[in-house]
Design a protein around this ligand. Structure first.
Ligand code: SAM
Ligand code: FES
Length: 349
């Protein structure tokens, strides 16, 4: 078995990206090594690259309509129990205005795959944000599109795109999604996004139904191939109105281990301490930061819609205004020993 102490003692003056065999990854993932040392090593690597900086991304959840039926997702098409909403362009711009005043320089527009938001409408919204806030980055997270659509959004100023691959393994992907969705298409989208020139974000849920250690190792291998700029992972959390309502949520321990492994393998990556992590544990996001995460994504959407964008049960921060959310996260980040910076937070390769 390899010695984590050697990793912890790495030469701080050299660029380090740790490479693990499948056996080593299995030991790390399954907790057969010293977790405390794993997290401390990840923190050292993160401090080498990013110091104590934590980047802010203002999340605008602008629609909970979706044409897809992912079996794990609370806003999937077949959930007839939720109230659907869409934000108007003016609503979105007013979220940006509030966010800008609070120091945000990145806006992430996320939503279900909502046919109402045609390419023309998305381009119109992205252009308006870029015109009003030229010093801000616009990130889109609106699912699987054609290459032409991705190119149109990019040409009007969207520079970053988040699309989690969810799971690399085909058979596992099929267990989580209906027949009309495929891992092949999702990965194809990611390659297009990268080819067009976006900063690419991908990732997966930890502890999703039927997931094995081997699936997680395959996910890490896929990331080595894609080399994304941002890697978003969070625990799968049960939603009581989905087909997976009786599958238990993923664990804090496993999610933290995966964050630490990602930091060691991808030292340059932007890795968020996600809301899902804060949902399964009251100080989950702080723990995520200490295990190697360096991004937080507070909600900038109007409070009245927070509860309706419930991907999973008991999602936190659903009653907080943007300013409260910003203040709360600032305190949490400080208490964990880091510092929020209000730059665009571009990747340092
Ligand atoms: N429609 C876009 C897409 O497909 O990328 C963005 C919205 S989608 C809801 C964003 C992410 O939420 C998904 O990639 C998935 O990983 C995560 N998610 C959905 N349901 C979840 C659940 N029950 N627990 C944890 N994460 C979940
Ligand atoms: Fe479309 Fe979840 S099923 S966003």
């Amino acid at each position: 078995m390899f010695d984590l102490t050697e990793i912890y003692k790495f030469d701080r003056n050299k660029y380090h990206s740790f490479i693990f065999t499948d056996e080593e990854l299995k030991a790390l993932i399954e907790g057969h090594t010293d977790d405390k040392l794993l997290f401390a090593s990840a923190d050292q690597v993160r401090r080498c690259h990013y110091g104590d900086e934590v980047f802010l991304r203002g999340l605008i959840e602008f629609t909970n309509y979706c044409k897809n039926d992912c079996y794990y997702c609370g806003i999937c098409k077949s959930n007839r129990h939720i109230i659907r909403y869409r934000l108007s362009k003016e609503d979105i711009l007013s979220c940006c205005r509030e966010g800008y005043e609070l120091g945000y320089r990145t806006f992430v527009l996320q939503g279900g795959e909502d046919p109402y938001f045609t390419d023309d409408r998305i381009c119109d919204i992205v252009s308006a944000i870029r015109d009003n806030y030229p010093d801000c980055a616009v990130t889109l997270s609106i699912g699987e599109k054609t290459k032409e659509s991705y190119k149109r959004y990019f040409d009007v100023g969207a520079e970053r795109y988040l699309l989690r691959h969810e799971t690399t393994n085909d058979a596992h992907y099929k267990m989580l999604h209906p027949e009309n969705m495929s891992s092949k298409n999702r990965k194809q989208c990611l390659y297009w996004i990268r080819e067009i020139g976006y900063q690419v974000g991908t990732g997966f849920m930890v502890g999703s139904p039927f997931q094995t250690t081997e699936h997680l190792i395959e996910d890490l291998r896929f990331l080595q191939e894609l080399k994304p700029d941002m890697i978003g992972i969070g625990p799968y959390i049960t939603h009581h109105q989905t087909p997976f309502h009786d599958h238990p949520s993923g664990s804090l321990a496993l999610t933290l281990r995966m964050i630490a492994i990602l930091r060691l393998m991808f030292p340059y990556a932007l890795i968020p301490a996600t809301t899902a992590l804060g949902t399964i544990d009251a100080t989950g996001r702080e723990k995520g930061l200490k295990a190697g995460a360096n991004v937080v994504m507070p909600n900038l959407s109007p409070v009245k819609v927070h509860k309706q964008y419930e991907l999973y049960d008991n999602k936190i921060c659903t009653g907080e205004e943007s300013a409260q959310c910003r203040g709360c996260l600032e305190r949490r980040v400080q208490s964990a020993g880091y510092r929020i910076v209000t730059s665009r937070g571009d990747i340092k390769r």
